[in-house]
Design a protein around this ligand. Sequence first.
Ligand code: ADP
Ligand code: MG
Ligand code: MG
Length: 250
Amino acid sequence: MLEIKDLHANINGKEILKGINLTVKSGEVHAIMGPNGSGKSTLSNVLVGHPAYEVTKGSVTFDGKDLLALSPEDRSHEGLFLSFQYPVEIPGVSMVNFMRAAVNEQRKYKGLPALTASEFLKLMRQKREIVELDSKLANRSVNEGFSGGEKKRNEIFQMAMLEPKLSILDETDSGLDIDALRIVAEGVNKLKTPETSCIVITHYQRLLDYIKPDIVHVLYKGRIVKTAGPELALELEEKGYDWIKKELGE
Ligand code: ADP
Ligand code: MG
Ligand code: MG
């Protein structure tokens, strides 16, 4: 599904990613944890093609394609989805219109006809139920005046609509109360299939009580310094990150 080899990336001329290697197979859930400032968001931004980041070395293959050669739009059309740490508001654009444009653009890319209005509304209703998103929110402007929990739920809804092959959730848990956290996690779990994968980026173990990772990585100073099973997340919760720094001889 995703193969990252020796990935180096800069922002403003400063090297942030210093040789990332990561392989995610179909059906797998990976967690990436690590102290603040390690490069977790940089990695997700580089993967979706944020223009502020410069890849200086390495390669990324996504479903057999050279991901780095694709435009950000085509990465999304190919089935990559990023849930942002800070979702943007789009005043004046209703969720319905926003999602209809997104879904139909993706269908066009795949050579499929646009959905009719009634087909689209049916799809929207189905997916809204998965994430328990209030129908009123669907008619409001994208994220405008949404609470933190509503924005996050809305993102999982967008994810449900686009049916990505690989979803990256970057600190989707920050600012969520426990009920919203549960609903978001349940949404992610319901959307999980043997053909789809997920990378959950989180500073805390909390979200991983609900979204069970198969593999846990620690990203530190732009490198993956440790990879293990789900027990690693519990160990980090208990002991923090200092023991990893000690292991690295710091
Ligand atoms: P994390 O998500 O793990 O907290 P980030 O990827 O956000 O880490 O940041 C990694 C490093 O990149 C930090 O040292 C941060 O200060 C730096 N950084 C992020 N954005 C910029 C930017 N626009 N200009 C310069 N440095 C940046
Ligand atoms: Mg951070
Ligand atoms: Mg971050």
